[in-house]
Ligand binder design. Structure first.
Ligand code: SF4
Length: 73
C-alpha cells in the first residue's frame, strides 16, 4: 500500500520559508539554518536543516528555485 502522505511536505520545506535564515561561516554557507519564527531561547534560534519542515511554514517567493542562500540586504 502506498503512503498517501509521502512528499506531502515537499512544498513546505524550511529552505523556502520566510522564517529560515541560512547559517554562514568564514568558508561560506554551512548547510544549516536557523528558524526565526519565534523568539530565541537561551540556546538561540532553533537550528534546522533546509530540508526540515513544520506546520508554521510561510512561503517566501524569493526563495523558490534554489535561491536559498542569497543575501537580500
Ligand atoms: S521550522 Fe517551520 S517556521 Fe521554522 S523555518 Fe522551518 S518551516 Fe519555517
Amino acid at each position: 500500500m502506498s503512503d498517501p502522505w509521502k512528499h506531502r511536505s515537499s512544498k513546505m520545506l524550511c529552505q523556502t520559508c520566510m522564517w529560515y535564515v541560512a547559517k554562514e561561516n568564514e568558508r561560506g554557507f554551512t548547510g544549516l539554518g536557523r528558524c526565526r519564527k519565534s523568539n530565541p531561547t537561551m540556546n538561540g534560534y532553533p537550528v534546522v536543516f533546509p530540508t526540515d519542515w513544520c506546520g508554521c511554514h510561510k512561503l517566501d517567493e524569493g526563495k523558490i528555485g534554489g535561491v536559498v542562500n542569497e543575501d537580500k540586504s
